[in-house]
Design a protein around this ligand. Structure first.
Ligand SMILES: Cc1ncc(COP(=O)(O)O)c(C=O)c1O
Length: 271
């Protein structure tokens, strides 16, 4: 789902900040008549095995600026044999992967269409149920969305059941809903340990002024969404109308009996 890129560009451009699009989930997505990948300065697509164009591993960088593409190519192609003075790697795509990609590419639009139809069925199936709603609640205007996974926002209080119990009960109905496996990047120890680094860059000093960038609590809304409120479902083909209808039925059933499930949980806890 593209974010509101006009707003992001309007913030970034006057300050000379480059906008990098993470298009790992966005093959075929669009925004205000343009495709994801050309909405900022540089974009990266993932071809990892679970993505919309899955050819095993690897990815693609796109940009309208030749200098960024040259820099990316140096990086993946041994820094022109070490001649650039920069560190380079051997991350070149295998020809077999390229061939797989070319064979898969014509199928992407059709798969996206199925994913979109599945998403619409799901949205209808959960409409009006307490505690669960499709995310984002308000997609940007004129977005052509694609669904790598379908994401729900979950509100345990409104649902009357916590997320773990909800997911277990839905799974018992044969539906593989799951919490996502993401960890907010700013809370990873790797970045926490680098906490001081941005403060050492003189150009950052005026904006940072002692502000904390990494660690728990910096982005409380994102952290809470991942810790408590986020659920995902795979919607790729061959899953179709029937599977989505089954998901809706299972969710409805569990939420309708949330009170019973909670009572059972409390009884077990009291033993
Ligand atoms: C949002 C997002 N960005 C980037 C990546 C990284 O992609 P890759 O695994 O191809 O490096 C992923 C992978 O899951 C992702 O989900």
């Amino acid at each position: 789902m593209p974010v509101d890129m006009d707003q992001i560009n309007a913030l970034a451009r006057p300050k000379g900040i480059l906008v990098i699009e993470d298009c790992s989930h966005a093959h075929g997505a669009g925004y205000r008549g343009k495709s994801a990948g050309v909405l900022g300065d540089i974009a990266a697509f993932s071809f990892q095995m679970k993505k919309i164009l899955p050819i095993g591993e690897g990815g693609m960088v796109v940009s309208r600026e030749q200098k960024f593409l040259d820099r990316a190519w140096d990086f993946v192609n041994l820094a022109k044999g070490g001649k650039t003075g920069q560190l380079g790697y051997n991350l070149r795509m295998h020809e077999l992967q390229g061939a797989l990609g070319l064979a898969f590419l014509p199928k992407v639009d059709g798969h996206n269409e199925t994913r979109r139809r599945n998403a619409e069925t799901l949205k209808k199936a959960v409409a009006g149920l307490p505690g669960i709603r499709p995310a984002p609640a308000a997609p940007p205007e004129d977005a052509r969305e694609v669904y790598y996974n379908f994401i729900f926002d979950f509100d345990a209080h409104a649902a009357g059941i916590d997320r773990t119990a909800f997911l277990e009960a839905v799974k018992a109905e044969g539906v593989p809903l799951q919490r996502n496996g993401y960890v907010p990047l700013h809370t990873l120890a790797l970045f926490e340990e680098m906490r001081e680094r941005p403060y050492r860059l003189p150009e950052n000093a005026p904006i940072l002024k002692g502000r904390k960038l990494y660690g728990k609590g910096v982005f409380p809304v994102a952290e809470a969404a991942i810790a408590e409120g986020n659920i995902e479902l795979k919607v790729h083909p061959p899953r179709g109308e029937q599977e989505m209808a089954d998901v809706g039925t299972a969710i409805r059933k569990v939420l309708t009996h949330a009170g019973d499930l909670r009572a059972r949980q409390e009884k077990t806890a009291a033993k």
